[in-house]
Design a protein around this ligand. Structure first.
Ligand code: ZN
Length: 378
């Protein structure tokens, strides 16, 4: 029985963007409200489907980071096939559910976290939202990132470079320079977690979809959850993964309290350092809050993270080294070494079927909590 269940779960996963998109539209079209956001400059249009007709908005998006593979897509397919058909009509009078499928199609197809900008830089979409790109002096700064940039982009070396990054982590774990690597930066187009020099097409398309969702005066609330992988634990032997809801606010914040009241079996991860403002520069969840939040229309946002780190200490070291190696390869040889590519893929999107099955089960728990407890609130 375990085997047949795994077989069903595996059906939701895809090998490439085309397969994932075709599966999504085949399942979404049953609900009748399939739409597309079409970009004039992109081959990767974004399909989305709306279910229900309520004034409260529940949005589940996937695929901001292409390297995270087809977990988000699979979880959305599972939602459409297993959860959506069982949702009551009363819920759908209170809520409109929108499923946005794969925001970063290019990254997904090319196994990159980022998307490309005009100059060949690699833009992390989740550092590109809500940023004022009109003047360079308006861009956010991240001075601590400079400390690690040269090391991260140095020539690949599985032993020397790994040990150097490990040592950098040890000496900068408490002064902010280690965590600053992932906060986002706007100075090095080939650096890690680069936020871009302009609003990307994918950013514009995403905001166009959210604007359409939030258009009109009768909107009561927005609950938006993005599906991600890469943060948290994966125990290969026990086929155990963590599922963490990153609420990007301190414990006392209403956003954190909201998700705590809705989710009983999903771990809520507050960000205690985000007291005066967001820790991550240019991420979608903060952008949604400032764009749509009003006293008569609260906005609750979070990112759901499925764990992939098999060695909790070394996993972030390897991930950053692989990202730096990939950039070194691109800058010097125009393409990424297959070993680096395989390492990158495996550390964000494990090929292990036990991981894929457990990841979907985590998503199932979260979706069930959202549907049953959001309803209870009203
Ligand atoms: Zn991500």
């Amino acid at each position: 029985m375990g085997h047949s269940k795994t077989g069903v779960a595996m059906r939701y996963y895809s090998e490439n963007w085309y397969e994932a998109t075709e599966k999504f539209i085949r399942s979404a079209i049953d609900f009748g409200n399939l739409k597309w956001c079409v970009s004039p400059n992109s081959y990767y249009d974004i399909p989305y489907v709306k279910i229900g007709d309520g004034a409260n908005q529940l949005v589940i998006n996937s695929g901001i980071h292409g390297i995270e593979g087809y977990f988000g897509s699979a979880a959305q397919l599972m939602f459409l096939n297993e959860i959506a058909p069982k949702i009551s009509d009363t819920f759908l009078q209170d809520y409109t559910i929108t499923i946005i499928h794969v925001i970063n199609g290019w990254g997904m197809q090319n196994r990159m976290r980022e998307t490309r900008d005009k100059d060949g830089g690699l833009v992390d979409l989740n550092r590109n939202f809500g940023i004022d790109f009109s003047k360079p002096e308006n861009l956010p700064t991240n001075p601590l990132y400079h400390l690690s940039h040269d090391l991260l982009l140095s020539a690949p070396d599985p032993i020397r470079k790994k040990n150097a990054i490990k040592a950098f982590r040890s000496s900068h774990l408490h002064d902010g320079a280690w965590s600053a690597i992932s906060w986002g930066q706007y100075d090095y187009p080939h650096g890690l977690f680069y936020g871009g020099a302009s609003q990307t097409d994918e950013n514009k398309m995403t905001m166009a979809i959210y604007d359409e969702i939030m258009h009109g005066a009768n909107k009561k609330s927005l609950v938006s959850v993005g599906l991600h992988t890469g943060l948290g634990r994966f125990n290969r032997r026990d086929k155990y993964v963590t599922g963490q809801l990153l609420v990007s606010h301190p414990s006392w914040h209403q956003n954190t309290q909201f998700f705590k009241s809705v989710c009983n079996d999903t771990e809520i991860v507050p960000d205690e350092s985000a007291v005066f403002g967001p820790t991550l520069l240019g991420d979608l969840v903060d952008c949604l809050e400032s764009r749509y939040g009003r006293t008569d229309c609260p906005v609750y946002t979070a990112d759901f993270e499925i764990g992939t780190g098999e060695f909790p200490i070394m996993s972030p070291v390897f991930k950053r080294m692989d990202m730096g190696d990939a950039r070194y390869d691109l800058l010097h040889f125009g393409k990424i070494n297959p070993t680096t590519r395989a390492n990158l893929t495996e550390s964000w999107y494990p090929s292990d079927n036990g991981w894929r099955d457990a990841a979907l089960n985590r998503a199932r728990v979260l979706f069930s909590e959202l549907i049953s407890n959001l309803h209870v609130r009203d």
